[in-house]
Design a protein around this ligand. Sequence first.
Ligand code: 9WN
Length: 413
Amino acid sequence: MNHYTSPSESARNILTANDRGGYTIPTSGLYPYQWNWDSAIAALGFAEFDIDRAWVELETLFSGQWADGMVPHILFHNPDPGYFPGPDVWGGIGPIPSSGITQPPLAATMARRILDMDAEAGAKRMRALFPAMLAWHRWIMKWRLDDYGAVCTTHPWEAGRDNAPDWDSAMAGIDASDVGEYQRRDTSHVNSDDRPTKYDYDRYIKLVQIGREVRWDQQKLLTLNPFRVADPTMSFTTLRAARDLLAISAQLGLEADGLHADIARLDAGAQSLWNDTLDAFDARDAHSGEWAQSVSNASYLCWYAGIESPQMLERLKSILTTVPHPIPSYDPNLPKFDERRYWRGPTWAFMNMLAGFGLAGMGHGVEAEALRLKTARLIAGHGFAEYFDPITGGPAGGNSFTWTAAVWLHWAG
Ligand code: 9WN
């Protein structure tokens, strides 16, 4: 008799298969290392069936924290020639070979959810991790804020939304003519039409070369790095993380000096990303002050950060009725929408989960549930893909993907 595998069983199998012992890779082949925000989501998935393993995921992530508090976007635990750029290109300066940039800070928020799932199992682990999480928060406050208090991304990979239209004008200002020869690996694993272009990659690598050249000295990079964009992803997730750190510190009686003031500053910064002309939260070039004119899935993370917006709610209602699948990474009514190309149109399950957390937390239960159901239908119908075409639901990028499986286990399924 054939054994029927339920989606939840498949999701657990994916997490287990992507487990490399203490950390989880996003998908085998394409992404053979530990990624920062992927890991925070993976922890949430593991918490549904193995709470100890969930804490281990976060502990391994923080084992790669640099002395200055930065938590890298990739930890290269075991060399793998299948990914480019690897540790030798990045020249990270932490205790574990790593990249030199960070990623949107989800760990504190996911740790709080995991703590809530089992406070007894989690209190000790949370106490031990808390100072490291606070140090990361303080590093972001020190090096990534613009004059308004919005949080900047210093590389498209730092925002985690690699080729989003948000960066187009900042990317155009990067001279990558001397980047040299290199061999991409991503396009040998997945369809190149679904990935960033060579134009993008030249600039990604050029920015890595600039950082590496000064051994990731943040003070120097403030003037040397041509790419600095105040970003809704970084701003909303940092604000949310700060609120969660404050709540955890109150719950466990931990020192958290300065968090109240940081939250006020980050709140003002996040609000400053409202673009009146666009009538949405937008990205703003920190060097030129120019708006990107981009309504992305990150624009819908305002509630996740504890920020209300009737206009964004109207937009969301319209998306929910006009787009077959959940929030796309770029507004289908804008000219740069490209339904297959990565962060320029496709829908990402975990971004919808974050928006859903925010909506539910701020009393928009109907919209949160609509988003959850759409995400559940998408995954149930099209599998655990990295991301999906928001019009047809077609799966794209890597498959058996960790964060899509985790989203199913914790939220959608
Ligand atoms: C570069 C792992 C990561 C995600 C990012 C996603 C993609 C990497 C890449 O994959 O980026 O960091 O090589 O394309 O854009 O959000 O963390 O899943």
